[in-house]
Design a protein around this ligand. Structure first.
Ligand SMILES: *Cc1c(COP(=O)(O)O)cnc(C)c1O
Length: 392
């Protein structure tokens, strides 16, 4: 046995189980139609909810930023990497979110890795929804706090666990995704925040898929439920609806000041580049001025979901533009995705470990860039392949 034989075995196992991820290459800008491995296809699987990834204003602002600031920050934020652009982004994001302050990070993933270990440690406990995103799980592990999982979107179970276990710890953190990315359901945040307050726990929500989607003009889940001031930490990403790359935390002035001193990816990993930051600022500006794109996104999502249901597909319990098409076994989902691709549709299959075994699906991401004709084309092809594979 060679010391690296496990790698080949593991790769073979993944292939046998239909869990081997086929990584496609995109050869065009993001948008409704993209070129994938040389083929022009309708894009139903990117997080480009509002079309910002290739928006003309964002492109222009990114170019201007390169002219003015160059391409790299050349330092971490706390040494020499904080440019005026970073400060402008953080100020505008805070205004947009209706929060006192924000701190930006290199990604949403990093925002969680940064924040959770800064807030809790060995003597503390994290009460975490069982379906929380991998970056929350990794941030929690990194903190060395005790992790107590509560049933998905179940405030009663959360309360029971806080009541029974909460007393043993110095500090308590309750953390949940705002929108769950694989099912598209929304956390019952008013109930969760009320329970967290009752048990004196820090309340944190990761709104990666709610940003630019939920709330007035896409201001996110806290705005959606009118919970301003009742959520201590709101994590957001600039990589999904905002179309660029980066993450951030919104909260009180003191919370953000504290994270600037303590968050390790802020202290030890270089800042986001000038063109990225400038493009993110442009996205915030556009959303601050108009909710037109957010409206279009929701119109498209409703139209697609209603018609998929009419065709007999199981779209799970989605309450957002994320539309899972439930297919059961990973192999069926992979075959479905392959057939769709032949028909000119790019919609990736998602299986274990991203979703539980036996709950494989194709996750359709609707965006504001899709036209009615695009959606009708997608519905026609889903119907064709669905009938062919005996799914409907
Ligand atoms: C996508 C996602 C992230 C990661 O965001 P990036 O900016 O892509 O790193 C974090 N949390 C949740 C809930 C997400 O869906």
């Amino acid at each position: 046995m060679g010391k690296l034989d496990f790698i080949r075995e593991e790769l073979e196992n993944l292939k046998k189980e239909g869990l081997y991820i086929i990584i496609r290459t995109i050869e065009s800008p993001q948008g409704a139609w993209i070129v994938v491995d040389g083929k022009k296809v309708l894009n139903l699987c990117s997080n480009n909810y509002l079309g910002f990834a290739n928006h003309p204003v964002l492109r222009e602002k990114a170019k201007e930023a390169i002219e003015k600031f160059g391409v790299g920050p050349a330092a971490v934020r706390t040494i020499a990497g904080t440019m005026s652009l970073h400060n402008e982004l953080e100020r505008k994001l805070a205004e947009f979110k209706g929060a006192e302050a924000t701190i930006s990070f290199q990604s949403g993933f990093n925002a969680n890795l940064a924040t959770i270990p800064a807030l809790v440690g060995r003597e503390d406990a994290i009460f975490s929804d069982e379906l929380n995103h991998a970056s929350i799980i990794d941030g929690s592990r990194l903190s060395r706090a005790t992790i107590i999982r509560y049933n998905h979107n179940d405030p009663e179970d959360l309360e029971k666990k806080l009541r029974e276990e909460g007393g043993k710890y110095r500090r308590k953190l309750v953390v949940t995704d705002g929108v769950f990315s694989m099912d598209g359901d929304i956390a019952p945040l008013p109930e969760i925040a009320e329970i967290a307050a009752k048990y004196d726990a820090i309340m944190m929500v990761d709104d990666a898929h709610g940003e630019g989607v939920l709330g007035r003009g896409g201001r996110g889940i806290v705005d959606h439920f009118g919970l301003h001031g009742k959520v201590d930490v709101e994590v957001g990403t600039l990589s999904k609806a905002f179309g660029v790359v980066g993450g951030y935390v919104a909260g009180s002035k003191e919370m953000i000041e504290y994270l600037r001193q303590k968050a390790r990816p802020f202290l030890f990993s270089s800042a986001v580049t000038p063109p990225d930051v400038a493009a993110s600022i442009a996205a915030v500006d556009i959303l601050t001025e108009s909710d037109e794109l957010v409206q279009k996104l929701w119109d498209n999502a409703k139209y697609f979901k209603e018609n998929m249901k009419k065709l007999g597909f199981d779209t799970g319990k989605s309450q957002t533009p994320i539309t899972p098409v439930m297919l059961g076994e990973a192999k069926v989902a992979q075959e479905f995705s392959k057939r769709l691709f032949d028909e000119g549709i790019f919609a990736q299959a998602i299986g274990y470990p991203t979703v539980p075994r036996g709950k494989a699906r194709i996750r359709v991401m609707i965006s504001a860039t899709h036209s009615k004709e695009d959606l009708d084309f997608a519905l026609e092809k889903f119907e064709k392949v669905g009938k062919e594979l005996g799914v409907i």
